[in-house]
Design a protein around this ligand. Structure first.
Ligand code: SAM
Ligand code: DTB
Ligand code: SF4
Length: 329
């Protein structure tokens, strides 16, 4: 059996709870097609069934190895295939990373997410990141890593080092995957997700909207995520950050309501997962973010930087959380 089928629910799995159901793309499209306020209302109801709507999870991101990536992901400023302004940087020293993690903790983040621009780590990279993970974990933070495709045994090594979550996104509709990335396929992504689950790590898996996709293709992305078995604990919904020099730099702006609809569909189909309002938040007006929180988003990236691009301002975020009476977990 192909390992990827272990983690992907099949149509014949007859469960009725949204967290264990098989979600057809057309069912999710029907959700997305509902009148906007009905959709948001339904998502808010689901959210309140499983979560305290006044609680929000805060994660801080750091790029521990930047640029020069051999993959050709059309959205990514770190791909060596695209001419962008990103400065390449080798793996940072453990002390520099720990210093950043201490600042993140002092500012209220509960999780520290470390990203590396690799197709996947080499065995010697895993040894180095294991040391980094152990040092960050010692600070009392939850740890998350996103290092690309994993080979046999790597997920176990990361878990033993103290890694709590592994982020590995499906990014787009499987039917569109090869239009966005040609250097790997969807099945390879699924295979790493299976390895991550088998090692007992928690899964952070989401995608990007705003890459010139249709609503039906957004339904395909959500179906791919919701049919992971078990569903991911954390689901980052990113709005494309359009970076000069990437093939998607001139992608058509998505209407803000489409983004909120996508968050709502993620909440309804993955009722027990943390849905993260991820990249692109610095372009979202406060009222739009508030609607996303009403529609079930309950996590954000908090801190000045994402990986290579700017995040929403931390002081503005603190004000927004105060205004909305949202309390960090
Ligand atoms: N190289 C590893 C990988 O691809 O899994 C880890 C780092 S990669 C930068 C992590 C995720 O960042 C991607 O899966 C994608 O969802 C997100 N990402 C990258 N560039 C982005 C952009 N311009 N806008 C929004 N999200 C982006
Ligand atoms: C995720 O889904 N979004 C984050 C994190 N996982 C690693 C990355 C966003 C990157 C945005 C573009 C950049 O800053 O390079
Ligand atoms: Fe590399 Fe990850 Fe960027 Fe793709 S998304 S180019 S794998 S860093």
């Amino acid at each position: 059996m192909n390992t990827s089928t272990i983690t992907f629910r099949q149509p014949e799995d007859l469960h009725t709870h949204p967290a264990t159901a098989y979600w057809r793309k057309c069912q999710i499209k029907d959700l997305l097609d509902q009148p906007f306020l009905d959709l948001v209302f339904q998502a808010a109801q689901v959210h309140r069934t499983y979560f305290d709507p006044q609680k929000i999870q805060l994660s801080t991101l750091i790029s521990i190895k930047t640029g020069g990536c051999p993959e050709d992901c059309a959205y990514c400023p770190q791909s060596a295939h695209h001419q962008t302004d990103v400065q390449k940087q080798a793996l940072l020293d453990v002390d520099d990373i720990v210093a950043k993690a201490k600042i993140a903790k002092a500012r209220g983040a509960g999780r520290f997410c470390m990203g590396a621009a690799w197709r996947g780590p080499k065995p010697r990279d895993v040894k180095k990141v294991a040391e980094i993970i152990a040092a960050v974990k010692d600070l009392g933070l939850e740890t998350c890593g996103t290092f690309g495709l994993l080979q046999e045994g790597m997920a176990e090594e990361l878990k033993s080092a103290g890694l709590d979550y592994y982020n590995h996104n499906l990014d787009t509709d499987p039917e569109r995957y090869s239009d966005i990335i040609s250097t790997r396929n969807y099945e390879e992504r699924m295979d790493t997700l299976a390895k991550v689950r088998q090692a007992g790590l928690k899964v952070c898996c989401g995608g990007i909207v705003g890459m010139n996709e249709s609503r039906e293709e957004r339904a395909g992305l959500i179906a791919g995520l919701a049919n992971l078995d078990p569903q991911p604990e954390s689901v980052p919904i990113n709005q494309l950050v359009k970076v000069a020099g990437t093939p998607l730099e001139n992608a058509v702006d998505l209407d803000w309501t489409e983004f909120v609809r996508t968050v709502a569909a993620a909440r309804i189909t993955m009722p027990k997962s943390y849905v993260r309002l991820s990249a692109g938040r610095n372009k979202m007006p406060e009222a739009m973010q508030a609607l996303c929180f009403l529609a079930g988003a309950n996590s954000i990236f908090y801190g000045e930087q994402l990986l290579t691009t700017a995040n929403a301002d931390e002081n503005d975020d603190a004000d927004l959380l105060r205004k909305l009476n949202l309390m960090p977990l």
